[in-house]
Write a protein that binds this ligand. Structure first.
Ligand code: CA
Length: 224
């Protein structure tokens, strides 16, 4: 035993999944359909992360969600299933093909009417939401898109999420690459810059969890 986070071996991961994953059949089907897309399936979140995010939706009582980077809509569906009846998600992505796959399963699960898909560059969509008076109107945001855009999405998100609301940021450990300060990879550098900024950002309360590929929880503070 130790006072640092445990190392997850393959055997321990399998145990964790066997003993705690309660993946609804429709989410399992969407995961299988996404796997058929080939290597790109890596862009989908881990199922235990989806289950954790759904619990966060329930714990926070969130009813208005914002997602940047929907892909085939697994995280979208996991969260939509956890929403109250009147809840809704604004889901942003640039790919009609990926989100069309997700939409089939959103409909099948009976929550398609809770998800409003916005196709196009997310930064533009978020600015449009602000222009429409949506500042402080979202309870929870999930950022999981192009890493070069993360800082922009985070800054716009801090305006769109209400005080006390939560911003979740995915892939913040980037397969472990973030420890290399000299990495020439632009995505690695973008994630490192954002992580370093959030570490001392007084506007938020912070927790970085080693679930999936690393998930940051940033709660917007009530006072700036
Ligand atoms: Ca991701």
């Amino acid at each position: 035993m130790s006072n640092r986070t445990i190392t997850i071996t393959d055997a321990l991961y399998d145990y964790l999944i066997e003993q705690s994953l309660r993946e609804p059949p429709v989410l399992r089907e969407l995961r299988a359909a996404t796997a058929e897309l080939g290597d790109i399936k890596r862009m989908q979140i881990a199922p235990e992360q989806g289950q954790f995010m759904a619990m966060l939706v329930q714990l926070t009582g969130a009813s208005r969600l914002l997602e940047v980077g929907t892909f085939t809509g697994y995280s979208t569906l996991a969260c939509a299933l956890a929403l109250p009846e009147h809840g809704e998600i604004v889901a942003c992505d640039i790919s009609e093909a990926w989100t069309a796959l997700g939409q089939q399963y959103w409909q099948k699960a009976g929550v398609g009417n809770r998800i409003h898909l916005k196709l196009g560059p997310a930064a533009e969509t978020l600015k449009t939401l602000l222009a429409e008076g949506q500042a402080d109107r979202f309870d929870l945001m999930f950022i999981d898109a192009d890493k070069g855009g993360y800082d922009t999405y985070y800054e716009l998100g801090l305006q769109l999420v209400r005080p006390g609301g939560l911003i979740l940021i995915d892939n913040v450990l980037w397969g472990g690459a973030v420890v290399d300060a000299n990495s020439p990879d632009k995505d690695t550098q973008a994630i490192r810059r954002l992580n370093a900024k959030l570490a001392h950002d007084p506007r938020i309360t912070l927790s970085l969890l080693p679930i999936g590929d690393g998930l940051t929880l940033a709660r917007r503070n009530d006072q700036p």
